[in-house]
Design a protein around this ligand. Structure first.
Ligand code: NAD
Length: 468
């Protein structure tokens, strides 16, 4: 095999692509990965999950220091914001983690190509120099298998053109050089609520414009309703049923217009109305792959596209646009190539919104079960009944467990409350193992922990919680 011949070439080094590349190398494939950005890790590590979590963590510390210490008997003097340090810390975390992927590639002998990969025929990819990729010369690579893991980008909204300054996407919202006076967020989804929370805590007035009459579409409605109430209590403003029709910038201000409503003025606008797959410039036509109407690449249950030997995973194939879903698919895809077996259980993919409190869910929502006519029982337990919540000083929220009415098998778990993103792991395991609510109810949960709310909600499915 010459240096430019590989068993597998992965296009894209996000959590789908880099994890697939490492797993493939572990399985003995001569693996390479082509990435157009200077840093590995994709949107998630560079301008998504990781930097947003760094900013959420830091902004929460600031908010707590300013507003939440006195009840603990901790007196703090005046609290002031050092935004440049906060942003620098975020950048260092990103640098550390993207550099870590580099090291993992070296350790696993995954060859890295810098540039933009374009398929030019079956088993053939050209790597073209991409701006920022160090001006790598065009090279042709031969690979038995090609895996497309190019992710997604922020969706457009007609009339709202990101200018990289006043009107931007989450990338800009992760790096505003000063706290906006008024941030208007378009879209009450994951990104809008997380980035809105960051700047709200740091002192901005935040108004969220949402097209639907609810926030967090797709999440359990009862939990989303509770999230709306708690976010409003923190001072986040919402206009629901607001169809944004345009945004115009003049003299450093932006005027956002909404159908049938008064326009709203802001100094920053964050566009967060979803994401669309990155399929342009990939040379898909050269191998006869046709994206569907929403730009997604159709694949079969092995993640193979219509072109033999060419696979796709993650945001480019649709389904939940989540880093861990892409990683699972990457692993399943390469395991299937090598071992003949690989599988993703889409009923057990959790989703977490890192607001305060966090919102986490896995499995089916109450609305989905009702619409599908699945007879179910519901157990709800409120964190205010948990000792650890009281000690933590975070008593908001609830755990809701939905179980099949006849078999008691857990079908969905929805949590809003402190550390919900960690608590959901138990529910994911339960669904993966086909557990019943009774199983969770009979498992010993350490006391005092927040996880006791999960046990109590499981007991509540059978109408016998202890602390309610
Ligand atoms: P989203 O799909 O979560 O939410 C977009 C929101 O915009 C929806 O509520 C939608 O109704 C609304 N909207 C659409 N058109 C509108 C209009 N014209 N005016 C007003 N509102 C409008 O999308 P997102 O928040 O942009 O996130 C994109 C993807 O990234 C999501 O699929 C999400 O899974 C992923 N993500 C995940 C995390 C996480 O796991 N914590 C964090 C950030 C992003």
């Amino acid at each position: 095999m010459t240096p430019r011949e590989h068993d597998l070439l992965v296009i894209g080094s996000g959590p789908g692509g880099y994890v697939a590349a490492i797993r493939a190398a572990q399985l003995g494939l001569n693996t390479a990965c082509v990435e157009s950005e200077p840093a590995l890790g994709g949107t998630c590590l560079r301008v998504g999950c990781i930097p947003s979590k760094a900013m959420l963590e830091s902004s929460e510390r600031f908010h707590e220091a300013a507003h939440a210490m006195a009840p603990h008997g901790v007196q703090v003097g005046s609290v002031s914001l050092d935004l440049p340090t906060m942003l620098k810390r975020k950048d260092e975390i990103v640098r550390g983690l993207t550099g870590g992927v580099d090291l993992l590639f070296k350790k696993n002998k995954v060859t890295r190509y810098a540039g933009r990969g374009r398929i030019v025929g079956p088993g053939r990819v050209v790597v073209e120099s991409a701006e920022g990729a160090g001006g790598a010369p065009a090279a042709e690579i031969a690979a038995k298998h090609i895996l497309i893991a190019t992710g997604s980008r922020s969706a457009d909204l007609p009339g709202v053109k990101p200018d990289g300054d006043r009107i931007g996407t989450s990338t800009e919202a992760l790096a505003y050089a000063e706290v906006p006076k008024h941030l208007v967020v378009i879209g009450a989804g994951y990104i809008g609520l997380e980035m809105g929370s960051v700047w709200l805590r740091l002192g901005a007035k935040v108004t969220v414009l949402e097209y639907l009459d609810r926030i967090l579409p797709g999440m359990d409605a009862e939990i989303a309703g509770e999230a709306l109430r708690l976010l409003k209590r923190q001072g986040m403003e919402f206009r629901l049923g607001a169809k944004v029709t345009g945004a115009k910038t003049a003299k450093g201000r932006v005027v956002v217009s909404c159908e049938g409503q008064d326009p709203i003025e802001a100094d920053r606008v964050l566009l967060a109305v979803g994401r669309v797959p990155n399929t342009e410039g990939l040379g898909l036509a050269s191998v006869g792959i046709e994206p569907d109407a929403r730009g997604r690449i159709p694949v079969d249950d092995r993640f193979q596209t219509s072109a033999p030997g060419i696979y796709a995973i993650g945001d480019v194939i649709g389904g939940a646009m989540l880093a861990h879903k892409a990683s699972e698919e990457g692993v399943a895809c390469v395991e299937r190539i090598v071992t003949g077996y690989g599988h993703v259980n889409y009923d057990a993919i959790p989703g977490v919104v890192y607001t305060q409190p966090e919102i986490a869910s896995v499995g089916r929502t109450e609305e989905e079960l009702t619409t599908a006519g699945v007879a179910h029982r519901k157990g709800v337990f409120f964190f205010r009944g948990i000792g650890r919540s009281r000690a933590l000083g975070q008593i908001d929220g609830r755990v809701k467990i939905l179980a099949d009415a006849s078999t008691d098998r857990i079908l969905g778990v929805h949590i809003i409350g402190a550390r919900a993103g960690d608590l959901i792991a138990e529910a994911v395991a339960a669904i993966e193992f086909g557990a019943s609510a009774e199983d969770i109810a009979r498992i010993s949960h350490a006391h005092p922990t927040l996880a006791e709310a999960v046990k109590e909600a499981a007991l509540a499915v059978d109408g016998r919680p202890i602390h309610a």
